[in-house]
Design a protein around this ligand. Structure first.
Ligand code: DQA
Length: 144
């Protein structure tokens, strides 16, 4: 079974009510159910998690490396400044696993501080700007 860890950083538990003009009306629960349904169709399984805690997110990336799971990661605001998270992502990709960085919005069309990602250089690829479909596109990419 092709198992994928889908990891979400801070404030993404607030999807649906958080800045709906930027992040849409779909909730975090909607994200979990659409990923689960899509994984079923693709013959995959997903373990979808969210945390507001940088240390917990780093531990989950270590777990991905140890269990040899590919990762879909929305690092949220950590994208822009967390070198510790970047180093944990590098542990995953240098182990030969895939890590796709995803964003609901297109950070490049937003405030200047969002234009830089410290994660992208150690990710396998980046998908941004397609709402919650960014995650489904990443999942489909990991299915082949
Ligand atoms: C985000 C973009 C980040 O800049 C922001 O801090 C988030 C969400 C996105 O999915 O569009 O929390 O990662």
């Amino acid at each position: 079974m092709n198992k994928v860890l889908v990891l979400n950083g801070p404030n993404l538990n607030r999807l649906g009510s958080r800045e709906p003009d930027v992040y849409g009306n779909a909730s975090y629960a909607d994200l979990v159910s659409s990923l689960t349904a899509s994984a079923n169709e693709l013959g995959m399984s997903v373990d979808v998690r969210q945390t507001n805690d940088e240390a917990e997110l780093i531990s989950w990336l270590h777990e991905a490396a140890d269990s040899k799971s590919n990762v879909i990661l929305n690092p949220a605001a950590f994208t822009h400044y967390s070198y510790a998270l970047r180093d944990a992502c590098a542990i995953v990709t240098s182990a030969g696993l895939k890590l796709i960085e995803v964003h609901i919005s297109n950070p490049h069309s937003r405030e200047e501080f969002r234009h830089n990602s410290v994660i992208s250089a150690v990710a396998t690829g980046v998908i941004a700007g397609f709402g919650q479909n960014s995650y489904l596109l990443a999942l489909s990419q990991l299915s082949h």
